[in-house]
Design a protein around this ligand. Sequence first.
Ligand code: NAP
Length: 270
Amino acid sequence: MTRLAVLGHPVSHSKSPAMQNAALAALGFAGWEYEAIDVAPEGFNELVRGLPGKGFAGVNVTVPHKEAALAVADEASDAARAIGAANTLSFEAGKIRAENTDAPGLIDALGRSPGELSGKSALVLGAGGAGRAVVWALASAGMKVMLWNRTRSRAEDLAVELGIEVVPPEQHGGIDPGPFEVIVNASAAGLGGRDGLAELPVDAGGFHSGQTVVDMVYGENQGTLLEAADWAGARPIDGLEILVRQGARSLEIWTGKAPDLDVMRAAVSS
Ligand code: NAP
C-alpha cells in the first residue's frame, strides 16, 4: 500500500481525498490510498517526519500549514521558495521535497500558454496565502499585475516584494475591471455563501467578453462575482476547477502520470 494524504487543521471538509482517490482508481493505481489527516500546528513537523516510515509517498498541505511545509522540507522548488509556501511534499530517498502546485494549477486553469499571457493585465483581489501564489504565478507568466487587498498595507508589502503594482487609493471605492484580461478573487470574500461581489470593491458593470474571471472561493453555488462575470460574457472559472488543477499537478508529481481531469471534476462536484 502506498499512502498519500492532505494535512490540515481542520481538514474534515476537504474534497481532496474523494478527488484524489477517484483519480488514482482511474489511473489503475490499485494499491494507492489518499486520506485526510488533521494535525495542529504544534504537531506538524513531528508528524511529517514520521510519514515516510509509515508508507507515505507524499502529502498535500492546506491551511494553516503551507509555510511550515516549506520550512520542514530539505529541498524546495523555486516557486515554493519565491511564494514562501508549499502545498505539496514528496518523500524520496530519505528527503522531504516541497513544491507549490497552486501557482501552476492556476495557469493551467486559465488554459493559455505563458506566451499568450505575457504583457497582458491582471487584477488580483487578496494578499493572503492564496494571493501570494496567484500574484507570483501571473507575474512569472509575464502579466502586469495590479493588487488590491482589504488591508491596504498587506497589498503594499506584497507588491514591493514581488515587484507589482497596487490599486491606487482613489479606486478603492470601486475598481473598473474593464482594462484587465484576467481578474482573480484570491481573498476570502464570498466564503460561506456570502455575497462576494458586495464584499469586493469591483464594479461588475465593467466585466465584458474576452475576460477570464477566477473565484478561488468555492461553495454550494456559484458566487455572485462569477454570476456577474458570466452574465457579462466573461469566462468564469470557479474554485473547484482551481482545486482540481492543483491536485492534478500534485498527483502527477507523486505518480509520474497525468490524471483524468474529468474524473477529478466529477468527484469534487458530487
Ligand atoms: P488567508 O491567508 O487567511 O487570507 C485571507 C485573505 O482574504 C486576506 O487577503 C484577507 O484580507 C481577505 N479577506 C478575508 N475576508 C474578506 C472579506 N470579507 N472581504 C474581502 N477580503 C477578505 O487565506 P488564503 O489561504 O489566502 O485563502 C483565501 C481564499 O481562497 C479562501 O477563502 C480559500 O477558500 C480560497 N482558496 C481556494 C483554493 C482552491 O483550491 N480553490 C486554494 C487556496 C485558497 P485582510 O488582509 O484584509 O485580512
